[in-house]
Design a protein around this ligand. Structure first.
Ligand code: PMP
Length: 357
């Protein structure tokens, strides 16, 4: 059997998303996937595991809607925000004819979701300092060789760390009323409160916010994310989603994480993470081979070294696994460091300080 011929043409060409897990690496100190350094404890009730779960467990949706400050009809729960990204592409873009707009360097799943679903990708230019304006995105949409249905913006951006300004977002939403503008707020709990633009879904029908429990909530392992948008967009996505996207144990844990106590713990965790980020930034500044530390609102720092691959490889040899952005647009010699625990970051700094480059 010719397996290659059996596979659809666009999947034959596909390079899957290179997640930190997929890339792998042998080590003991994993600072490569923007995970929280510590897992929390939860209770599990196993009395109804014989039953299929609700497609959208009501208590989960209500708790998250409360937390995000929106109505429950404006929320869909997904397997991580990655599934929400894929659903948006599948629900709104016609295969081979329409597509998405991204502004590289940006989170890699937007283009992988487009390629997997055989829809087209256009790119917008950023400024030299990597900031992004509404006009650059509007130009990207207007210059694309196909109709752009969905624009993806990460805010805080991964790996850049910057937030997309509110006035630029409003300008974009007004200029492109027939295009979905997706603001990916995966890291929003690490940013100042005013950077969270979720409330704008009440004013703009073309705005979609994606969120996740993987980062500040320290629950990457349960795969629970959300999209927030006006009710009609959510209804369309609910047509496309698989029948049981939220497993029963996932819902149980997420509901506990979204209690008042759980949210309080999360915000404290994010605050402590930001303090460690500031401390790491100060320590990195003392190293002669650090060229630039990007300002960051996420649980990570993007660092330009004089020789990024040398730093990445030297740390990997010591078992400290970082994430290299060497091949990404404008990010030669850049390495992303997840804000781990104090002990993990101290170990990193010990090895970096001893490095001779
Ligand atoms: N958006 C951004 C910007 C990310 O960096 C990530 C994960 N690295 C995600 C979305 C996806 O997160 P999850 O699927 O775990 O919710």
């Amino acid at each position: 059997m010719n397996y290659e011929k059996l596979i659809t043409k666009h999947v034959q060409k596909l390079v899957p998303y290179q997640s930190a897990r997929r890339i792998g690496g042998h080590g003991h100190n994993f600072l490569n996937a923007n995970e929280s350094p510590k897992s929390e404890g939860y209770f599990l009730n196993s009395t109804s595991l014989n039953r299929y779960p609700d497609c959208q467990p009501e208590e989960l949706i209500e708790r998250f809607a409360d937390y995000a400050g929106v109505h429950k009809t404006q929320v869909i729960a997904t397997r991580g925000s990655d599934e929400a990204i894929g659903l948006l592409v599948r629900t709104f873009c016609e295969q081979e004819k329409e597509g998405i707009l991204i502004a590289p360097p940006t989170y890699g799943m937007y283009s992988v979701a487009a390629e997997t679903n055989n829809v087209l990708i256009a790119e917008a230019e950023r400024n030299d300092d990597f900031t992004l304006t509404a006009q650059q995105l509007i130009d990207g949409v207007n210059n694309a060789a196909f109709p752009v249905k969905v624009v993806f913006i990460d805010s805080p951006a991964n790996p850049l760390g910057i937030c997309f300004p509110k006035d630029e977002l409003v300008k974009l939403l007004k200029a492109l009323p027939e295009t979905l503008i997706v603001l990916d707020e995966a890291y929003i709990e690490f940013a100042p409160k005013e950077e969270d633009l979720t409330y704008l879904v009440n004013e703009y029908e073309n705005l979609v916010i994606t969120r996740t429990l993987s980062k500040a909530f320290a629950l990457a392992g349960i795969r629970c994310g959300f999209a927030i948008a006006n009710e009609n967009i959510i209804k369309a996505m609910l047509k496309v989603i698989d029948p049981y996207p939220v497993c029963d144990p996932v819902a149980q844990i997420a509901i506990q994480a979204l209690t008042d106590h759980g949210v309080k713990m999360t915000l404290e965790r994010a605050q402590k993470c930001n303090e460690r980020r500031a401390k790491l930034e100060e320590a990195l500044k003392t190293l002669s081979f650090v060229k630039k530390i990007f300002a960051s609102f996420g649980n990570f720092l993007l660092v330009e070294f004089t020789d990024g691959p040398a730093v990445f490889n030297a740390m990997a040899q010591k078992g400290v696994i970082l994430r290299s952005f060497e091949t990404k647009k404008g990010l030669k010699n850049c390495v992303r460091i997840t804000i781990g625990s104090d002990a993990e970051l101290e170990e990193l700094m010990r090895y970096l300080s001893a490095l001779e480059i």
